[in-house]
Ligand binder design. Structure first.
Ligand SMILES: [Zn+2]
Length: 306
């Protein structure tokens, strides 16, 4: 089985969540219905997959329209104004950004899908390392383990998340499952309406010590946590000036696959930010969030999670 961080977004009624695809096959997305989240499935062993991973297939970034992006920005600015912060000062954040972490290990009835406490600790350490420059600290509060084959396969995810989720808006819930994605996240602006399912779902084998070639250094959780903090993909909207609404991440036409130095998929300024955690590169290729992303995340934190 090969895994790839392939793309796709499928927004439903303006509700954002975002997914990283993994594996082959899988019928298109129940998840999109259950979750109103996203579905993006790409067969991994054929030409179509190759195109989808690197060549900018139409599937890759049609999820959230530019109009929806602008609506989210307006909503966020209104939210900040209601809290007495300007959009500009929101970026400097008024609160300590400590994030309690709840990990839910969704094993099947035979015990498959388990991870060790040490793997979880290493995963949280990866989050702390990757987000340290942004001022976030992740503290593992507890690990809950379940044995439920449906939940392990991410079926009835709206239900299992609602009954297992812990903490408030600041709490990062990580559900470790075995599904057709590397990961799926909810966005902060959806918390008010859908807080019961807020958090990230992550392929359990993507944790450090897992066995997915190129994707077992724990960076899927980093990427998904980036969405959870309000960051879009660096290829959001494709090769447009709006793009991911972050000025210092060059616009990108399509997701990156692997770690192709010098890739430049968009004639606008700059080469593709292939090392950015919000692209789709290999775990080993990831190394950065930008200052612009930090500012956006802080603004979102202040608006929706503080
Ligand atoms: Zn993503």
């Amino acid at each position: 089985m090969r895994f790839a961080r392939t793309a796709c977004l499928a927004a439903v009624a303006g509700i954002g969540a975002t997914a990283l695809t993994v594996v082959g096959i899988a019928a298109p997305a129940q998840a999109a219905v259950v979750d109103a989240g996203q579905a993006c499935l790409t067969p991994d062993t054929n030409e179509a997959a190759a195109a989808a991973r690197g060549g900018g297939s139409g599937l890759d970034h049609r999820g959230i329209s530019a109009a929806e992006q602008r609506a989210i920005t307006r909503q966020t600015n209104n939210q900040l104004a209601a809290k007495g912060v300007t959009a500009a000062s929101g970026a400097t954040a008024l609160v300590a950004r400590k994030v309690p972490v709840y990990v839910h290990v969704m094993r099947d009835r035979a015990g498959r899908g388990n991870v060790t406490n040490r793997q979880v600790a290493r995963q949280v350490a990866v989050l702390n390392r990757d987000f340290s420059g942004l001022g976030y600290r992740f503290d593992l509060v507890r690990i809950d383990r379940f044995k439920n084959t449906a939940w392990h396969k991410d079926r009835r995810s709206g239900h299992y998340r609602a009954v297992t989720r812990k903490g408030g808006a600041r709490a990062l819930n990580i559900w470790l499952v075995d599904f057709a994605y590397l990961g799926i996240a909810t966005f902060p602006w959806d918390y008010a309406r859908r807080g019961a399912v807020d958090g990230i779902r992550v392929q359990y084998n993507s944790l450090p010590g897992g066995n997915i070639p190129h994707y077992s250094e724990g960076r899927t959780a980093t990427h998904e946590t980036g969405h959870w903090l309000g960051l879009f993909h660096t290829f959001q909207g494709g090769c447009t000036s709006l793009n991911d609404q972050v000025d210092d991440t060059p616009a990108q036409a399509s997701p990156t696959s692997g770690c192709p130095a010098g890739r430049d998929s968009c004639p606008l300024d700059g080469t593709d930010p292939i090392h950015n955690y919000m692209d789709y590169s290999w775990d080993s290729c990831y190394s950065e969030f930008t200052q612009g992303q930090a500012a956006r995340a802080h603004k979102m934190w202040t608006a929706y999670r503080a």
